[in-house]
Design a protein around this ligand. Sequence first.
Ligand code: FPP
Length: 243
Amino acid sequence: MGGDPRHVGIIMDGNGRWAEDRGLPRIEGHRRGADSVRDIVRYARERELAALTLYAFSEQNWARPVDEVAALMDLLRDYLTSERAEIMDHDIRLVSVGAIDRLPQTVREPLDALVRDSAENRHLTLCLALSYGGQESLVEAARCLGSEIEAGRLRAEQIDLPRLAAALQTGRLGLPPLDLVVRTSGEQRLSNFLLWESAYAELYFTDVPWPAFRREHFALALDDYAQRQRRYGLTGAQVGGIE
Ligand code: FPP
């Protein structure tokens, strides 16, 4: 039916359980999870997806034990440093969504540098959701529009779907809506990930934990997506007629 999705979002779940099942500290699961990130990004680029958004750290993850948060920040810093050449050589544009100002300087510096230096890259857009919450991002967009109204540049009745979409961080970055959301490790929920952007996304759940999730698993998710009929509220016959 469809071909490859343009924009895929991944909820990378199961790092902690993968490690605990092996008697390892949870951080080992995150470390192995960073290897999965490398493989999946490279594969997304090879498949010529337009955009890939990875849920790397949620707004709610700040409440985890301080050691785990610190270790995750170290991993992010290491990733941004070690993958710099890979991202630039493969013409990948790196962007981020979330409350970036809450991140430590050790992460923000390499992140800002790579976002800036890769801004003209034209193949895959890799978006890291960091300190991100879907509800929080909607509040932020509402505030932006509210300020426009207060400043007299906008009237409330002018707010419509495109204007709200454009006020979101994803809209400002020019990211297309999500076509496919993948969640690893068996749970079947969105956990405050890109709520607006996933309005018509296909959902794909797998029991494979994120540290074990590699390109062959991602390929299965993309194959599954290709079999779906996306209807956007129309009937199957209507959509069949369109295709
Ligand atoms: C969820 O597993 C995963 C996270 C909270 C962090 C994801 C981070 C990485 C994959 C590594 C660093 C990221 C990049 C982009 C290099 P969990 O700990 O909630 O697992 P559990 O549900 O089994 O406890």
